[in-house]
Write a protein that binds this ligand. Structure first.
Ligand SMILES: *[C@@H]1O[C@H](CO)[C@@H](O)[C@H](O)[C@H]1NC(C)=O
Ligand SMILES: *[C@@H]1O[C@H](CO)[C@@H](O)[C@H](O)[C@H]1NC(C)=O
Ligand SMILES: *[C@@H]1O[C@H](CO)[C@@H](O)[C@H](O)[C@H]1NC(C)=O
Length: 270
């Protein structure tokens, strides 16, 4: 059985390991064995993340992901290897790059939302190592909607495979991801996350993951959330120095490149 990738549940500032979603591939039915997906645990759910915590609404979050090497894993059934830039509070919006849904050594782009319920936002599309994927989330404050756009520029491998540049986008209403929690009014997204997510037998065996041109705007005059880049996860991280600027109530954070080099625990291979 194959699963769409899934996503972290979110509580306060942390990710709740073992309590995310696993969404059946139909994505239309979030119940398995009569239980909502959020009540099922995910085996070996593991994250490597950098999270930014401005504690104020995000107005804009952009980044360009260099699609990493393909996993050498020849039998990905039951694994999830995924990468995503996402925005979270009590819901999550994430343009996921996942190994799920095709054959071995393949990556797919799958915009997704999470977690009560969770599901895909578009059909998934094959993409290739070395492609550049620019993701942008912009808050339409007046309507309380999120404009989620993505643009893919193929690299040499993608071009050789016949992939042409493409872009897409949608308007996202956060309540889509909170319908199963009656009475919850989702807080505007205030937590940009860059993530590697693994489930089941999935390991981080696809090498370094590089994010470029990370731009975040938050409705705050605080700057520490930008300048003190940290991760709690066991990985080697390199980052160029953040550039921060405050104008009026809005602080803009720019990081030209950040690379998740490798895990420093045992998740590098099977
Ligand atoms: C979880 O990871 C362990 C260690 O790699 C592995 O032995 C086990 O089979 C995994 N469980 C599932 C359900 O994939
Ligand atoms: C943005 O910040 C200002 C001042 O700090 C505050 O008055 C305003 O309510 C904030 N707007 C939102 C949407 O959070
Ligand atoms: C900053 O917040 C104040 C108070 O809410 C508001 O009047 C002002 O327009 C805001 N300025 C900017 C640049 O958003």
């Amino acid at each position: 059985m194959k699963f769409f990738t899934a996503l972290s549940a979110l509580a306060k500032l942390g990710l709740v390991h073992g309590q995310g979603n696993m969404v059946p591939s139909s994505a239309s039915n979030n119940k398995v064995d009569g239980k909502p997906s959020v009540q099922r645990d995910i085996a070996n759910l593991t994250f490597y993340t950098v999270e930014f915590l401005p504690k104020a609404p995000i107005l804009r979050f952009e980044s360009t992901l260099v699609i990493p090497a393909s996993s050498p894993d020849a039998s990905p059934d039951g694994d999830v290897q995924a990468l995503w830039p996402g925005l979270q509070t009590d819901t999550l919006l994430q343009n996921v790059v996942t190994n799920v849904g095709g054959g071995p050594h393949e990556w797919y782009l799958l915009p997704f939302y999470c977690c009560h319920p969770a599901g895909k936002l578009t059909a998934q599309r094959r993409i290739y190592p070395g492609d550049l994927l620019t993701n942008s989330y912009i808050w339409d404050m007046a309507h309380n909607k999120w404009l989620d756009t993505w643009a893919l520029t193929p690299g040499p491998e993608g071009s050789k495979a016949g992939l042409a540049a493409f872009q897409g986008g949608l308007t996202f209403d956060q309540t889509t991801a909170s319908k199963e929690q009656s009475g919850l009014v989702p807080k505007p997204y205030d937590q940009p996350v860059l993530a590697i997510e693994l489930q089941g037998h999935g390991t981080w065996d696809f090498g370094a993951v590089t994010w470029r041109n990370i731009i975040m705007e938050a409705n705050t005059t605080e700057t520490d959330w930008c300048t003190m880049v940290t991760t709690d996860n066991p990985m080697k991280l390199t980052t160029s120095p953040p550039v921060v600027r405050t104008e009026g109530n809005v602080t803009t954070c720019y990081i030209s490149q950040m690379t998740f080099e490798s895990p420093t625990d045992k998740k590098g291979s099977r």
